[in-house]
Design a protein around this ligand. Structure first.
Ligand code: TXA
Ligand code: MG
Length: 313
């Protein structure tokens, strides 16, 4: 890919960044916490591009950024706690994990196929202008290669992702410099990740301390029990299906469903959760899955497939 464009924090720069996002391209943008690597969260293929650019070995769910509370309500169900927290701290460094609406139209890759969604309204004039101009939900993890430090300047973004993303909107340094605090509300308010908004402020707003994830419970969302797995059993690295098996293919050849007939890993990532859901809905009890090359996005696909294939409690 060509060098990443640096867009100025002007009306034209914002308009160009919005146009790129709406066309499915990746654009890094400033928020008050850190620079986010944005993609249209309603476009599975665009979201798959985030994992490819970051070289992320796992499909963790991503935070979906919105311009307003009204927009957020289209994607998630807000209970009283969520309403109260959004009212107190949005826009700001608080991410809420809430039940996903069935008709949200959010790419399943953005929620890692889970029935909930992480939502945030950033408190940054450029982020707000960009989200408003884009008029789409925008999935955005921190704009750094996997395993590297979160970027707080456009220069940091370029040093990690130059030529891997279409553009970066340059808004200077991020004031908070630390990722958002993540809170889940179901079944009770729980701190999922400490961050830029102090826990005490949240507890004071709710009038009660936040619950913690119990120890021994998952830290990485990829290990969440609620993480999507089909009801049927999965057999991986299968060259051909056995009698009675549905076949999830990759590359040319006959298959019940094909992740990517042309063997394209980005397309395969975009189709992964949909295809697993489709096979589930078809009632398949045994699913054979073609071998997926273990490089680039293939590593994240294989990680997800191995989890789905693992014995369940
Ligand atoms: O400050 C921030 O939050 C930055 C800026 C760009 O907004 N974004 C950010 O995103 O830190 P990311 O993708 O690096 O962190 C997302 C975290 C993940 O660790 C994931 O565990 C959690 O949010 N997360 C996302 N969706 C979730 C969900 N549905 N359930 C539980 N955790 C979720
Ligand atoms: Mg990060």
């Amino acid at each position: 890919m060509a060098d990443t464009q640096i867009l100025p924090p002007t009306e034209d720069g914002i308009a160009r960044a919005a146009e790129l996002l709406r066309s499915g391209a990746l654009v890094a943008f400033p928020t008050e916490t850190v620079y986010g690597l944005g993609a249209d969260a309603s476009d599975d293929r665009a979201v798959a591009g985030i994992f490819a650019a970051k070289d992320r070995p796992q499909f963790n769910p991503l935070i979906v950024h919105v311009a307003s509370l009204a927009q957020a309500r289209r994607y998630a169900v807000f209970d009283d706690t969520a309403e109260r927290l959004a009212d107190a701290f949005w826009p700001g460094a608080l991410t809420l994990v809430l039940p996903l609406r069935a008709d949200a139209g959010i790419a399943s890759l953005a929620t890692a196929g889970q029935p909930n969604i992480a939502l945030r309204m950033p408190d940054h004039p450029l982020a707000e202008a960009l989200l408003t101009a884009t008029d789409r939900p925008v999935a955005a993890p921190s704009a750094n290669p996997s395993g590297r430090i979160s970027p707080t300047t456009a220069h940091h973004v370029l040093s990690g992702l130059n030529s891997k993303i279409a553009a970066v909107l340059d808004g200077g340094p991020c004031p908070v410099g630390l990722e958002s605090t993540i809170v889940g509300t179901t079944p009770h308010p729980t701190l999922l990740r400490p961050g830029g908004l102090p826990e005490e402020a949240i507890a004071a707003c709710l009038g009660a301390p936040l619950a913690r994830r119990r120890t021994g419970e998952i830290t990485a969302p990829g290990q969440l029990a609620s993480h999507y797995a089909p009801r049927g059993t999965l057999r991986l690295d299968a060259d051909t299906p056995e009698p009675g098996e549905a076949y999830l293919g990759f590359g040319p050849g006959d298959a019940t469903l094909n992740l990517s007939a042309s063997g394209d890993l980005t397309e395969a990532a975009a189709n992964l959760f949909h295809n697993l859901h489709q096979l589930d809905a078809s009632g398949a009890t045994r699913i054979a899955v073609a071998k997926i090359p273990d490089h680039g996005l293939g590593r994240a696909i294989n990680d997800r497939l191995r989890r789905a294939a693992a014995p369940r409690p």
